[in-house]
Design a protein around this ligand. Structure first.
Ligand code: I3P
Length: 126
């Protein structure tokens, strides 16, 4: 019998391109490597796609899953000291993954910061 996921889990709240660098995995530091990522925010998670949305759709048909970030118990904060770039914030997950997100365009990064912060604040902190 098929399990139907709750509608709220399917609702995309925001999507678009940002610069992304994963800097830790499970608490272990990674070498910083910025790349453009298509970011999809829904109520409980963020998905990072490596390519354009169109590319992502064909990748998904091939069975490739995007990198998914569980927002439950996650933290978000501005991270001026973590980069020479402007407009950088960090998401830290409960599992100890750390991501930097960045845009040169002020209103774009502000919109993203508030959208992700609102999503996190609505979730139980676990
Ligand atoms: C890193 C690369 C990053 C830079 C980082 C460098 O070098 O230039 O863009 O981060 O600085 O270490 P490499 O490609 O050799 O790993 P920013 O662009 O965010 O400043 P960092 O080590 O001070 O984080």
């Amino acid at each position: 019998k098929d399990v139907i996921p709750p509608l709220e889990q399917l609702m995309v709240e925001k999507e678009g391109y940002l610069q992304k660098a994963k800097i830790a995995d499970g608490g272990k530091k990674l070498r910083k490597n910025w790349s453009t990522s298509w970011i999809v925010l829904s109520s409980r998670k963020i998905e990072f796609y490596k390519e354009s949305k169109q590319q992502a759709v064909s990748n998904m048909k091939a069975g490739n899953k995007p990198e998914s970030v569980d927002l439950c118990g996650a933290h978000i904060e501005w991270a001026k000291e973590k980069s020479s770039r402007k407009n950088v914030f960090q998401i830290t997950t409960a599992s100890g993954n750390e991501f930097l997100l960045q845009s040169d365009i002020d209103f774009i990064i502000l919109d993203w910061f508030h959208a992700i912060k609102n999503a996190i604040d609505r979730l139980p902190s676990r």
